[in-house]
Design a protein around this ligand. Sequence first.
Ligand code: ZN
Ligand code: ZN
Length: 244
Amino acid sequence: MHITRNRDLTESLATFGSRFKPVMDWLLPAHCVLCGMVTRASTGLCLLCAERMLRRGPACPRCGRALQSERICGSCQKSPPWYDEVIYAAEYGGAAGQLIREFKFGHKLYVGPALASLLLQRLGSVEQMNTDVIAPVPLHATRIRQRGYNQSAELAAYLSRHLHVSLQSSLLIRTRATAPQTSLAEKQRRKNVRHAFKLNQDVRGKNLAIVDDVMTTGSTVNEIARVLKKAGAAKVSVWVVARA
Ligand SMILES: [Zn+2]
Ligand SMILES: [Zn+2]
């Protein structure tokens, strides 16, 4: 009796919610995180801003570097990276960079879905691609304590929910508190992250997607991909919101 009544109540509330959603949207409309215009997008990024931010033009299918035509770039031909491909939504300069900095350093966690949805739009066409596991680039425990969250884990969780691909947040752990990559030159970046990650699970034969907010030289994701490939991973894709 009690259970029936509770269920009835839940159902009535759900009906009420769906019936009055247009009214609620009208009373409390969402605003675009970038331009401030009223938007219906549940992610908080209006269609126009998303459209403007999405990258266009050919790029190296391996590292994502912008090129004149779609081909493997000279650098990837000379020394192929450990990862198999890089998929990214936007160039780091401009609006995408602004949003990422707000998300990462400005404690604006609500910007996360806007950024993740942008990447999801790019991934749309590869949704059918075989991905077994999504894992974020890990932060060292001290960095998480400072920031309060791992921005890459927030993005990875969103993508996992929307793509229905398994999320393994602690697939990798960062064993060393490395210096921020932004302060280093390319060669030092590689050295800085060398042996900084430990793998927690068996990845043999798996197709993995590593998620991060920004990719600059790719030293961090390349080191992660090295660890995964050495452990027998079949394929490592790198999914990032923006590439510098
Ligand atoms: Zn907008
Ligand atoms: Zn390349």
